[in-house]
Design a protein around this ligand. Structure first.
Ligand code: PMP
Length: 399
């Protein structure tokens, strides 16, 4: 018997599996709407001008590549805090935010999950139904029982807020509640400010641990506007977690640039929390890589590059919005009877289109259009060249 004779073949990651099928497809006009990546109108992953400029300056320096601190450079961490909590945040001034650079948003979630697990609170983690599928995997891998809270209303294609409240109120004390800070993945359905306030009240009264996942800041209404949930939690007096990522907002997917921020009660608590956070990081990967974080820091701390980045981010955001509008009107023009106005109300890169698994399969077979079987489509992968084909095909398969 061999050492690995009992090792089972793991199921393929649904998104990466779909991309493999897309790559193998020979049709010239195939379209991949299954991805979680922003593409330009030319169908390319953009390399932002702000990133190019920062990178050129970095390369010209030929700096040595020593280890950086376990929690990442302090300038990077301050830049992250300022984006999340705002320039004038009293929490930052009072030393109540602990931030560590992490390996993308995924790494931040995992470091946060490991940290909470070590508090020995003996409570589950709760994720939205549906959610980005890795939320479950990350919290299970950190040793949590993972439960779900109601989130999506398939009739209105918006948030099922009553269901969500009921779920949250049923959770035991110290349940970690993973909340999408904006641009909910996969549904595109976000809460209103009033609903966020109610969620905060429940977190307080039920003593839940809020964990905000901010992977798409700047993709809904703007950098500041998309920070509303984080700002409301910051005012609440609660301790909470935020994982954030520059994968999308800087189009730096492969550089793995993210951060974990933890809001504490006091400067003294922050010092103790940071010391334990460093232990989690040390035993996972020791310290973060240098390059991606250095680019983000250079852009965020230079007024000129920052303006350039904000303009480029606004272009991405506006292109997605224009694709939403175009899809809605082209679906109507292609004879779709259904009202697709909800696509305009959904925010960020994705839309839960309402397509059934059978319709998604037909799109793939008959048209070479790839989407997730849940009906999630990446609006950020639509462009002026593929949108007519997509709208016509969707109108046909739903007829
Ligand atoms: N959270 C959500 C909701 C996401 O959609 C993603 C990326 N798809 C992440 C976290 C992870 O981001 P990163 O690629 O930076 O690890």
């Amino acid at each position: 018997m061999t050492l690995f004779h009992s090792v089972q073949l793991a199921p393929k990651d649904p998104i990466f599996g779909l991309t493999e099928a897309y790559v193998a497809d020979q049709r010239a006009d195939k379209v991949n709407l299954g991805v979680g990546v922003y593409y330009t109108d030319e169908g390319k992953i953009p390399l932002l001008q702000a990133v190019i400029k920062a990178e050129e300056a970095l390369v010209a320096k030929h700096a040595p590549r020593g280890y950086i601190p376990m929690e990442g450079p302090s300038q990077y961490n301050l830049a992250v805090q300022t984006l999340l909590f705002g320039n004038d945040s009293s929490l930052i001034k009072d030393g109540r935010v602990v931030t560590a650079e992490c390996i993308g948003g995924t790494g931040a979630l995992r470091v946060g999950a490991d940290f909470i697990k070590r508090l020995n609170l003996n409570a589950p983690a709760a994720i939205s139904n549906p959610t980005w599928e890795n939320h479950r995997g990350i919290f299970e891998a950190a040793g949590f029982d993972v439960v779900e809270y109601s989130y999506f209303d398939s009739k209105t294609r918006g948030v099922d807020f009553d269901g969500m409240v009921k779920s949250l109120e049923s959770f035991p004390k110290n349940t970690t509640v993973v909340l999408h800070a904006c641009c909910h993945n996969p549904t595109g359905a976000d809460m209103t400010e009033a609903q966020w306030r109610q969620v905060i009240d429940i977190c307080k009264s039920k003593e839940l641990i809020p964990f905000l996942d901010m992977a798409y800041q700047g993709f809904a209404d703007g950098i500041e506007q998309d920070g509303v949930a984080v700002r409301l939690f910051a005012q609440s007096g609660l301790s909470f977690f935020v994982s954030s990522s520059f994968s999308k907002s800087f189009s730096l997917y492969g550089e793995r640039v993210g951060a974990l921020s933890i809001v504490t009660e006091s400067k003294d608590e922050s010092a103790r929390v940071m010391s334990q956070l460093k232990r989690v990081i040390r035993t996972n990967y020791s310290n973060p890589p240098t390059h991606g974080g250095a680019i983000a820091t250079a852009v965020l701390t230079s007024p000129e590059l920052r303006q350039l980045w904000e303009d480029e981010l606004a272009q991405m955001r506006e292109r997605i919005k224009s694709m939403r509008e175009a899809l809605v009107s082209k679906l109507a023009a292609a004879g779709a009877k259904q009202d697709f106005e909800f696509i305009n109300a959904q925010r960020g890169m994705f839309s839960y289109s309402g397509l059934t698994p059978e319709q998604v399969e037909r799109l793939q077979k008959e048209d070479g259009i790839y989407a997730l079987s849940t009906g999630r489509i990446c609006v950020a992968a639509l462009n002026t060249k593929n949108i007519d084909k997509v709208a016509t095909a969707i109108a046909r398969v739903i007829a």
